[in-house]
Design a protein around this ligand. Sequence first.
Ligand code: SAH
Ligand code: SF4
Ligand code: F3S
Length: 462
Amino acid sequence: MDRPRDEAPPGRLVYVETYGCQMNVYDSAAIVGLLGAHGWRQTDDPDRADALLLNTCSVREHAEHRVISRLGELRQRYARDGRRALLGVCGCMAERLAGVLVQGRRIADLAVGVDQYDRLAELLEIALRAGPQEPAPIAIGHRGDAHYVAPPAANPANNSHLVTIHKGCDYRCTYCVVPLTRGPQREKAPEVILAEVAAVVAAGGVEVTLLGQNVTAYRCGEALDFAGLLERVAAVPGLRRVRFLTGHPRDLSDRLLRAIGADPAICPWLHVPAQSGSDRVLKRMKRLYGRADYLRMVEKARAWIPQVTFSGDFIVGFPGETDADFRDTLELVRGVGYDTIFSFKYSARPGTPAARLPDDVSQTTKRERLAALMAAQDEAWRQLAAAQVGQTVRAAVEARARRGAGWWRLRTTNNRKVVLPLRDGAVGQEHEVLITGFKDTTFLGEAAAGPRARRGDGSCGS
Ligand code: SAH
Ligand code: SF4
Ligand code: F3S
């Protein structure tokens, strides 16, 4: 019997390498699922694969350089072995650089953007049959209906299953390439999201992380905003915890903060990138909030969400950033008290509004500011962590710790890591833990009481 045109012969293997953010992690799982329906199986070994797909990121120049050198390395390796494996580029770089990558120097044999994965099986077949002289398939551009559903992962990082709730972003932060690569914000329907969460529970999962570039802007019609979605997800029977990434500081409304504080299944951890502590810079970044707005949001969160913790992102060396601007950022970091910050040197991205500004902060200054920011964060964290010693927290078992036999790694619902010896560790089980010390960002503890594995028992918080 003839196979449909886009069906792979039995036994075709695909290898997927993922770069960039959690949304790409989710998309890679969706890609494997979609290809699986066409006869492809995933392999962890690139040397056995018929097709190698790199799911890529464009957020900074360095991220793109890594992928380009990886493509070169894979090309050379297979040319040397006399083996022809197909090299494909998916994700944000495909949207931005398809022409450069598959035409011209033909660094890749195929480029498929973030809204075209339902066509990937068909395009792989075309590319596999194409001779080296034939044009390589390219599928890019944004579509409203392109929402993919990844099957629940077997072993998700931190035992938290990712569930993407929307695509793209309607904000226009001047440094950011994401609206160009990911397109406008398009919501996944709440019933699809709830069905995905139910599937996670059916597969044995107890925790989900709702994902999007800007989850706090989620809105489905007049009736359902992000707070409402969170409440509905938290109420899915069998689910113990829900987290979310990334919140935009402007959208952390009173209603949302109160909803998070009111439901013990919604984890009290806010990843709220400030990007800068300087009003002047925030304005030039078009972040749509000022330093005082941000601090007010933090204050309300502290008042309304028991045990809330914060993490964030910062960019140093944005065009025109002065020493005084940077001091404002240091002061903000010292004042907020983040558990973690991710800090980046500004990287001009072609096509973004900021790329038209002179990139006038030198590499040396960017490097120095990055180091100073990290040092300020380390200092602020040590004070925060020291204040936790002697406290009892509740945390769920994640995995065995590398510290030695009998040691386990747990995560508090407000997203802190703690390691301790347990007589009988079982993944997902909750324990009361006495914090006895800390090393870097990991707390040390000892069991304070017997294990628990209930939901909604006040387990959010440490
Ligand atoms: N949607 C999120 C994060 C987007 S990208 C938000 O609104 O905050 C992740 C992080 O990369 C950003 O928070 C920012 O700190 C950093 N980033 C984005 N564009 C950048 C650029 N051009 N140069 C340096 N860092 C950048
Ligand atoms: Fe980029 Fe801003 Fe959208 Fe975040 S909110 S993805 S930084 S444009
Ligand atoms: Fe990178 Fe695209 Fe995510 S640019 S950060 S992979 S949305």
